[in-house]
Design a protein around this ligand. Sequence first.
Ligand SMILES: NC(=O)c1ccc[n+]([C@@H]2O[C@H](COP(=O)([O-])OP(=O)(O)OC[C@H]3O[C@@H](n4cnc5c(N)ncnc54)[C@H](OP(=O)(O)O)[C@@H]3O)[C@@H](O)[C@H]2O)c1
Length: 344
Amino acid sequence: MTKKYNVAVVGANGAVGEEILTILHEVGFPINKLVPLASSRSIGKSVEYGNKEIAIKELTDTVFEEENIEIALFSAGGSVSAQFAPFAVKAGAVVIDNTSHFRMDENTPLVVPEVNPEDIAKWKKSGVIANPNCSTIQMVQALKPLDEAYDLIRVDVSTYQATSGAGKSAMEELVNQMQDFFSFKLGESEHKAFKHQIALNVIPQIDVFLDNGYTKEEMKMVNETAKIMHKKIPLSATCVRVPTLRGHAEALTLTFAKDVNADEAREILRKAPNIVILDNPSESIYPMPATCLEKNETFVGRIRNDIFSKNMLHLFIVADNLRVGAATNAVRIAQKWIELDKEK
Ligand SMILES: NC(=O)c1ccc[n+]([C@@H]2O[C@H](COP(=O)([O-])OP(=O)(O)OC[C@H]3O[C@@H](n4cnc5c(N)ncnc54)[C@H](OP(=O)(O)O)[C@@H]3O)[C@@H](O)[C@H]2O)c1
C-alpha cells in the first residue's frame, strides 16, 4: 500500500501557500493528514483543499510534534522559517522551505528537481531542503541542458517580475492603484509593497541594494545558480518589477565555450523536462505572462543567435512565479524526497 504522509503547509493562506495546496491536490499527493498553518491573525479562517474547507491552525513551537508532521512546506517569510523550521526538524519532519533563509547554508541542499535532484539526498544534514528564488528556478531549467551541450561561460539576464513575487498584498497594491488611475487619483495612491508606484510603471529594484550596486534579488540569481548547477558561472542580472499580477519573464543572453546554433538549441530545449517551446515569431508566438498562468512548465521562445558572435544565444523565458517559481518546485521536491524515503 502507498504510504501517506502528515503534511503541514506553513503560510497556507498566502500567495504561495494557497498554490501549494492547489498543486498537492492536483498531483494527488499521498496525504494522510493536512495541517494548514499561519499566524494567530488567521485563526478562524480556513483554506480550500479540493472541495474541502480545512481550518487554519496557529504556527507554534509545538504544533509539528503535536500533529506528528512528516513533511513541512514553509512559505511564510524568512524570519518565520528561521524561528520555526528547527521545531519541525526536531519533530522529525523534512522541511521544504520557500524562503531565502536556508538557501546558501552549506548544510542545506538547494534544489530544482530538473537540474540537481541528486542533491535532495543531502537533506539530513540540516533537515531542510531549500527552494530557490523564483527567477532562478525558471532560468536554471533552461540553462542546464544548454550548458551540457555547449559549456556555458557567461549569463546576462534582465527580468520582468510580476507583483505576486512580493505576496498577496503587493498584487492588491497594483489593483488598487489601477482603480485609482481610473478615478483620476493615481497620484494619491499608497505604495507600501514597492518603493514607487507600480501601476503604469516599471521599477528597477527588487529587494534592497547591496554595497556592490546590485540588489539582493540580483545576487540571489548569481549565488543560487552557482550552487544549483555546481558551477561558478559569471552572471549579471538586472531585476525589474513590472505591473503584471503573475508570471515572471526573463531576457537571457548566454555565452558558451562552443559555437551554438539556434535551431539545434531549440531542439535541445524542446526535449528538456518541463520546458515548452513557444517560438514562431512570424505568427507572433512567444512566451508571455498572460499565456503561462497556472501552468507548471517554463516557456521558452525568441531563441536566436547573436548577430555578431557565434558562441552567443538570446532567448526569452516565462514561467508562473507562484507555480514553477515556488509551489510546483516545492511539491516536486517533496515527491522526489518521497522516492528516497521509500528506498530506505
Ligand atoms: N510570491 C512568490 O513568487 C514567491 C516565490 C518564491 C518564494 N516566496 C517566498 O515565500 C514566502 C511567502 O510569500 P507569499 O508571496 O506567499 O507571501 P504572502 O502572500 O504575504 O503570504 C504570507 C503567509 O505567511 C503567513 N505568515 C506571515 N507571518 C507569519 C507568522 N509570524 N507566523 C505564521 N505565519 C505567518 C501569512 O499568514 P497570516 O495572514 O496569518 O499572517 C500568510 O499565510 C516569502 O518568504 C517569499 O519570499 C515567494
